[in-house]
Design a protein. Structure first.
Length: 249
């Protein structure tokens, strides 16, 4: 029977693959990848590997999750080599890994997980701004910007709006107007720094530097690529003395 790996490909730049993911790319016989995995990364694959694009991009599903799970199991049972399920970023962060692990377990197929660099961490590095900061941000929340039906998720927005943390909003570009309004209703200062980073780590990376109140309008500049949104005082380039004073109070 084949060996199955659910691996993260990171945000798109091949330099940000883990060594383990690169090794697996080079020796796998079947690679099922989603559309967030860049062409540059797929070019590193074993030339003899069968590449299967399951083309799943938030809001634009070309295969349903059930179909992907069924295909993964089918390929694993049919192959005696290495089957690589390659996902953008980290497989365990908004990656539907749970469904795929359950499908493999139900079919009695052994698998391993290979972590990848998730978009929020790559964005933090590109921006040169830390998501945590002494006295300013003691927590990071990874949050979904939209629910399965495209609506705003039922987060506890008052809790998310509390000072002292950074929000990393995935899949939020389309719905950020409503999302930000909920945050402001929950107590977030609309002047709080908010940045959108499109195509993090890729040659066409684009940064929109704004505030929670203004980012929904500024997001009209964003293109078709994946967009990660970061919100929080730690993202301010320089922290005004008043902010530190407030933190000490
Ligand atoms: C289904 S989630 C997958 C997240 C992925 N597993 C990860 O750990 O980064 C897709 C969302 O991740 C974010 N994302 C993934 N790759 C990105 C990139 N290169 N640049 C910006 N955002 C990215 C976007 O918010 C996108 O809508």
């Amino acid at each position: 029977m084949s060996r199955v790996f659910l691996a993260g490909a990171g945000p798109g730049n091949p330099d940000l693959l883990t060594v383990r993911a690169l090794r697996l790319l080079q020796i796998s016989t079947v690679i099922l990848h989603d559309s967030l995995v860049s062409e540059e990364i797929l070019a590193l694959a074993n030339p003899a590997a069968q590449l299967i694009d399951v083309g799943k991009r938030c809001g634009r599903h070309s295969a349903t999750q059930d179909e992907i799970c069924a295909l993964l199991v089918q390929e694993a049972l049919a192959s005696d080599g290495i089957v690589l399920r390659l996902k953008g970023g980290d497989p365990m962060i908004f990656g539907r890994a749970t469904e795929e692990m359950q499908a493999l377990e139900a079919a009695g197929i052994a698998y391993e997980i290979v972590p990848g660099i998730t978009a929020a961490l790559a964005a933090s590095a590109s921006l040169k701004r830390s998501l945590t900061q002494r006295l300013v941000s003691r927590a990071v929340h990874f949050v979904a910007g939209h629910a399965a039906d495209g609506s705003i998720p039922g987060h506890d927005f008052a809790a998310l709006a509390q000072k002292g943390g950074t929000l990393a909003v995935y899949m939020g570009a389309q719905s950020f107007g409503g999302f930000a309004a909920h945050l402001v209703e929950g107590g977030l200062d609309p002047a709080t720094p908010a940045l959108a980073i499109e195509n993090v780590s890729r040659p066409d990376e684009r940064i929109i530097n704004s505030t929670a109140g203004s980012l929904p309008g500024a997001l009209r500049e964003a293109g078709e690529g994946p967009v990660l949104i970061l919100v929080g005082d730690a993202l301010a380039k320089r922290h005004p003395a008043s902010l530190l004073a407030e933190a000490f109070a």
